[in-house]
Ligand binder design. Structure first.
Ligand code: SAH
Length: 374
């Protein structure tokens, strides 16, 4: 039988979002990871190459960190030449790379169609975490977030999500590997779930990036139907829900989509996720100075989460140019955390990473685009 295993373990039922060679505009070389297994198989067959070359090339990209086809020295020179002529190794390229004082790396990647997305590599002790985007822009319109200011442009395709992880991983020294993925970059992951799952399947495969599913965190604005769908898949992913307020009214002001879905529904879906997967949920709570950071908000949050086995991650707001919100004072942040902790609630305060390089969600892209248009 001819090799027609889905290229790189892609699930064939989800192949609609990947490139078919025939559909690409003349002159544009597709990225290798965007190829459908059938396109690749017929390309290899036309060149009278063995189907197992697919795996070999994939291993060079995923495991051996190749940056060009020329580096793939165990391929015949003839095949390397054809690959160079027909494909790009990646469909995205690094448009801007910033390194912060705390060694956080932020990449702005340019996609084939000229759109740009961000990903961030963070280092902490033995952890090497990449934060990835799932959409160009975001439709959720959370009032404090830079990603959604101009709305959503489009969903990312599986290989565009995976390539963010690979570009970030390739910044690490050879002896280090990625240990964690947080899906907390631009976009709402649960509105692009199929593509995200395909990318994560590869990231978590031993023949891919070898990550553990338990070390993947998917952060959502809180879409109840999609949270339940994710739970039913019974993956080991960690779920983080951007709660941000302790009651319906305040949450609807900060997270507009809440007016439609309702805070109780979000919590019920989070409970379902915990019951179904056995994995404790994290509630993210951005602290906006003077808006949701008072002691009474902390007490109300305690009441809301009462009886739930969940973790709270407090996120002091990172300033976004053009938005009217302030960072909470260190005292307000400490007091908020103290109230939660004293009542036995598991709580952490998120450390600020890459503050000097616009590392908050969507900021680098926005600042670069404003600089270019101004
Ligand atoms: N749409 C998803 C994932 C993207 S946002 C979600 O809503 O969770 C990922 C996290 O970054 C969210 O918890 C969000 O609250 C936080 N975030 C966005 N902008 C921020 C800012 N300016 N300062 C601090 N945290 C921010």
């Amino acid at each position: 039988m001819r090799c027609c295993r889905p290229f790189l373990l892609y699930n064939t039922s989800m192949t609609h979002s990947r490139a078919s060679l025939a559909l690409l505009p003349a002159g544009l070389k597709p990225g290798f990871l965007s190829l459908e297994d059938s396109s690749l198989a017929s390309w290899l067959e036309q060149g009278q190459e063995s189907p197992y070359r697919t795996r070999q090339i994939a291993a060079w990209i995923l495991e051996k960190r190749a940056l060009s086809f020329e580096q793939m020295t165990d391929l015949p020179a003839r095949l390397r030449d054809s690959l160079v002529q027909s494909f790009n190794l990646f469909s995205s390229r690094i448009d801007c790379h910033k390194v912060s004082l705390d060694d956080t790396n932020k990449l702005l990647l340019q996609l084939e169609d000229g759109n740009r997305v961000e990903c961030v590599l963070m280092k902490e002790e033995t952890r090497r975490t990449v934060c990835v985007s799932t959409q160009v822009g975001c439709a959720m319109g959370c009032v404090f977030c830079a990603s959604g200011i101009d709305g959503v442009v489009r969903n990312l395709r599986p290989h565009e999500i995976l390539e963010q992880m690979i570009h970030a991983r390739n910044l690490l020294p050879k002896e280090e590997r990625l240990t964690h993925v947080v899906v907390m970059g631009m976009g709402e992951p649960l509105t692009n779930l199929e593509a995200l799952l395909e990318a994560l399947a590869l990231a978590c495969s031993p023949k891919g990036l070898g990550l553990g599913a338990r070390n993947v965190t998917i952060s959502t604005v809180g879409l109840p139907v999609q949270i339940r769908k994710l739970a039913d898949l019974k993956k080991q992913f960690h779920l983080a829900v951007s709660l941000h307020a302790p009651n319906q009214d305040l949450r609807s002001r900060i997270v507009p989509v809440n007016a439609r879905v309702g805070i109780e529904e979000v919590l019920a879906a989070a409970d379902y996720f915990f019951d179904t997967t056995g994995r404790q949920v994290t509630f993210e709570y951005i602290l906006l100075g003077g808006v949701n950071d008072h002691a009474e908000h902390a007490r109300e949050l305690l009441q809301l989460l009462q009886g739930r086995k969940a973790h709270v991650n407090l996120i002091p707001f990172n300033r976004v140019v053009g938005l009217p919100y302030q960072r909470p004072t260190p005292e307000a942040t400490r007091e908020f955390a103290r109230i939660l902790k004293q009542a036995g609630q598991s709580v952490t305060i998120r450390k600020r990473k890459g503050a000097d390089i616009d590392a908050a969600c969507g900021q680098l892209r926005r600042n670069q685009e404003q600089a270019q248009s101004g």
